[in-house]
Design a protein around this ligand. Structure first.
Ligand code: ATP
Ligand code: MG
Length: 874
């Protein structure tokens, strides 16, 4: 069965049984700080399981892109040795949200596996959690085996969690006996043996709990089912091959790789490297297509590490030039029809991979040199210290196995325990940071308790009456607070926008009967509870008070201008640079907007001006702006732009800027102007690079645009008055002024030099030739040299030694006439001697040379020495 058929069979089976087919969500999970990457099919449904999000269906099925390189599910070290693991894989799943449970879920799977995938029932071995009698009973009925024959396993095998926190529950795996005997020793091993006899095909998780950071399990409002079947593993079984890497999905990738390495087919020790390269090429293509760029932390660091690992494995296969993009190219060509994001991002994926691999190959050289040096400085030992191996890993991006490999060639080894220690220290530091963040958030959530989601009234109103549901100080609930106290407030309804989608939270005030709180920031915690942070500015405030919540109108209006302008700018940049110049992030504040987008090089002045002009044109056309709530799919079908790391539910808010065809349409929860004319004015004030392949522009609108322009106008006017020319002629006039100033500086420098005739006059006579040794007041090396030339020309036969001080450092120029060179003097050698004396260095040609030093006080000494040396030369 071809892979596409496997996918289709699974999804159709569940669709026929009332499941909604849901497209794969991105690898970057929406708004979930607990998870770097989607690591299972259930991740996009996390909130549905937790009961904080509702969908129109209670049964779903999907084929979800997954990545397991970090956190609880990390298979990175398996890649290469394991025939059945990848970092990137697809997971087939069916889900029940408070709908069916074990008694329907397990029969679904049994029917699918035995009737539709036609696997022999006797080779399938279900396992259950040790306390789960019900599942054991169901499996016993389905398989016709006694209940005692259903294998029960403890929590380490059969209790599944998404991460350290989040939904979890007991599970039931289905394991395939591929060979009937142990692949290690031929015995009849049991299914917990880690030999390749047993393959876990998939898993039914019975979602029952939510795990908190401290490990406590809270029952979910409704139990559910979450299943995961390894797509590639299933393909391998159905295609009758012994490894995921031998299925049709990987064939073209391996073929391209083998064309490059010149191997017909890999065997033995080359196999792990081949697997690593093709697996990593898939992971990289998808990650970069989703907008992640290589960097030194977070998701970007994962991209970087995977790429280096892949490149290193390529090197082990004999590839020394960047090659990864060629494998990614095949990934895009073969998977792009199923995953359109690959096609769309094709050129960006390839350039990013090439750039990053080229850069790695550069640091690879530097790292190898560093390693070389460490080895030569190590003295008697033949073990590289762990700290050094860690430095190679941390600074030069050397995986420890690369370090090991390089050292092996010379009979060295690595202090691996020391390396692990250094690594663990680094991890502990990172963990401590994370734990601190989590602890404060957890405390706050605990204190808020079961406060209902805050109703947001801020799209329509800037002030509302509200009830103060909770008042907190230091994440503890308090009854009241008084002037000066830092507080956090939860209201039943609020006009304050909570930070999100790049837009900062609103400022303003919350007024009670006896005082008021100045609100400085607002954020969302837990399931949609708005936390207003600020200080009691006046009197006191008490929990339960009726209050009036008022947003700072000027700041909010300025923010709205910047947000609407951000949408216009996003569109304008794509019109100017092409559709790949997608948004990579943004910050919308009252005083400015910052916009990051995918682009590999600086924008030219022309491009910047054109983008600015397009935005300003839309402003002047005063386009209506409106927001509509639509089903997500409908919004996407209409071409609305979505940000990958934003959270979208089933329904999406779409912000449209009209203009015949919509000028811009984005999924966005932010607050916007009613029409583009409110923006007033728009200027781009800066651009720069913020990492590989990402550029940032800063822009201003409204009053801030006016202030920015006004400042420039006043400066220009002042200059125009000062120089008495029209503003338009300022550049030319200033250039002229500058040139004149430079010329007169040169003249002044020349004037400071002594009269050459005078120096010749007092020069020492030496066998009919002159010895001129003097300290002069030259402005720079150039004028010193011109002066030396003049002396040499006038003197006809001479040795000229001139000393000067530039930037507080001594400098000596030596010039000889040709006859002096012939007589055996050598300016270069003399300069070298003087350089030594002055503490820096010197050298040059036989007739002209210079020497420098560190301390101006050494100059006179050096000149005296020069005199001695030349005199002594005969
Ligand atoms: P394993 O023990 O084989 O690593 P798991 O227990 O980690 O699997 P689950 O979290 O239950 O796996 O995921 C469900 C299914 O996804 C697995 O049964 C397997 O078929 C597949 N799967 C899990 N990890 C990988 C991987 N790294 N590569 C390919 N398929 C995988
Ligand atoms: Mg696993």
């Amino acid at each position: 069965m071809q892979s596409a058929e496997v996918r289709r069979t699974f999804l159709a089976f569940f669709e026929e049984r009332g499941h909604t087919v849901v497209p794969s969500a991105p690898l970057v999970p929406a708004n979930d700080p607990t998870l770097l990457f989607t690591n299972a099919g259930m991740v996009p449904f996390k909130d549905v399981f937790l009961g904080t999000e509702r969908r129109s269906y209670t049964r779903a099925t999907s084929c979800q892109k997954c990545l397991r390189v970090s956190g609880k599910h990390n298979d990175l070290e398996e890649i290469g040795p394991s025939p059945q693991h990848q970092t990137f894989f697809e997971m087939l799943g069916n889900f029940s949200f408070g709908d069916y449970f074990k008694d329907e879920a397990l029969p679904f799977w049994w029917e699918l596996l035995t009737k539709h995938f036609d696997l022999p029932a006797e080779k399938l071995h279900p396992t259950v959690f040790e306390e789960d009698d019900e599942s054991a009973r169901i499996w016993s009925k389905l398989t016709g085996r006694p209940e005692s024959a259903i294998v029960r396993l403890g929590a380490e095998h059969n209790f599944w969690s998404m991460g350290d926190t989040g939904p979890c529950g007991p599970n039931s795996e289905v394991i395939l006996d591929r060979t009937g005997r142990c692949l290690r020793d031929g015995s009849d091993c049991d299914l917990t043996c880690d030999c390749d006899r047993w393959w876990e095909l998939g898993n039914n998780v019975f979602m029952q709990y939510n795990r908190a950071a401290d490990g406590t399990l809270t029952p979910l409002p409704k139990v559910g089912v979450d299943t995961g079947m390894g797509f590639e593993r299933m393909c391998a079984v159905l295609q009758g091959v012994d490894s995921n890497y031998e299925i049709d999905v990987f064939a073209p990738l391996l073929q391209r790789l083998r064309e490059l390495t010149g191997d017909a087919g890999a065997a033995g020790e080359r196999l792990p490297s081949e697997r690593a390269v093709v697996d990593h090429a898939r992971a990289l293509s998808f990650l970069i297509a989703e907008g992640i760029v290589p960097s030194n932390d977070g998701r970007g660091y994962v991209v970087r590490r995977i790429l280096r690992r892949a490149s290193y494995h390529g090197r082990l296969l004999g590839l020394e030039e960047p090659f990864l993009a060629q494998i990614c190219d095949v990934v895009i060509a073969t998977m792009g029809s199923t995953y359109g994001e690959l096609r769309e991002a094709s050129s960006r994926v390839l350039t990013t991979v090439t750039d990053e691999e080229t850069r790695f190959l550069d640091t690879l050289e530097a790292g190898l040199n560093r390693l070389e040096r460490a080895v030569s400085e190590a003295g008697a030992t033949t073990t590289l210290p762990g700290a050094e191996a860690f430095r190679l890993y941390d600074t030069y991006g050397f995986p420890i196995d690369l370090t090991r490999q390089v050292l092996q060639a010379r009979g060295w080894d690595v202090d691996e325990a020391g390396f692990e220690r250094a690594l663990e220290e680094q991890r502990a530091r990172a963990r401590a940071d994370r734990a601190a963040d989590r602890a404060s958030d957890e405390a706050l959530l605990a204190a808020i308790g079961d406060a209902p989601a805050t109703a947001f009234a801020g799209y329509e109103m800037l002030a509302t009456d509200a009830q103060l549901l909770a008042l907190l100080r230091d994440a503890q609930r308090v009854d009241s607070a008084s002037e000066g106290d830092e507080v956090e407030l939860v209201l039943d309804t609020t006009p304050f926008y909570a930070e999100g989608g790049g837009q900062v939270g609103d400022r303003g005030r919350i007024v009670g009967a006896n005082g008021e709180v100045a609100v400085e920031s607002v954020r969302r915690a837990g399931a949609g509870v708005f936390i207003h942070s600020g200080r009691v500015a006046l009197g006191s405030i008490a929990a339960g008070d009726p209050v009036r919540a008022e947003v700072d109108e000027a700041a909010r209006r300025a923010t709205m201008r910047n947000h609407t302008a951000t949408h216009l700018l996003h569109k304008a940049l794509r019109l100017v640079l092409g559709p790949q110049a997608k948004q990579a992030g943004s910050l919308v504040a009252p005083d400015r907007l910052r916009f990051d987008f995918l682009h590999n090089k600086p924008l030219t002045d022309g491009e910047l001006r054109e983008a600015e002009r397009i935005v300003q044109e839309q402003v002047m056309l005063d386009r209506p702006v409106h927001a509509d709530v639509l089903p997500l799919q409908q919004a996407l079908d209409q071409g609305a732009d979505a940000m990958f790391d934003e959270k979208y539910g089933e329904d999406a808010r779409v912000v449209t800027v009209d203009g015949g065809e919509a000028f811009s349409r984005e999924l966005c929860g932010g607050t916007h102007c009613r029409a583009t004319g409110e923006i007033g004015a728009f200027f781009i004030v800066d651009q720069r690079s913020v990492g590989a392949g990402v550029r940032r522009v800063d822009a201003v609108t409204g009053v801030h645009a006016y202030a920015w322009l006004d400042e420039r106008r006043r400066v220009a006017d002042a200059l125009a008055r000062e120089y008495n020319v029209p503003v338009a002629e300022l550049p030319e006039r200033l250039r002229a002024v500058h040139e004149r100033a430079q010329a007169s500086a040169h003249q002044a420098a020349a004037a400071a030099l002594p009269d050459p005739a005078e120096l010749i006059e007092r020069a020492e006579q030496r066998d009919g030739s002159l010895l001129i040794v003097d300290r002069v007041d030259a402005a720079d090396a150039e004028s010193l040299r011109a002066f030396g030339d003049e002396l040499r020309r006038r003197a006809k036969s001479a040795a000229v030694v001139l000393g000067a001080v530039f930037d507080e450092k001594p400098s000596v120029l030596i010039m000889l006439t040709p006859d002096q060179v012939q007589a055996g003097l050598h300016a270069g050698k003399l300069a070298k001697e003087l350089g030594k004396r002055m503490g820096a260095g010197g050298g040059g040609r036989p007739d002209v040379a210079t020497a420098g030093g560190r301390d101006a006080a050494a100059l006179d000494d050096a000149l005296a020495q020069a005199r001695e040396l030349i005199r002594g030369a005969g």
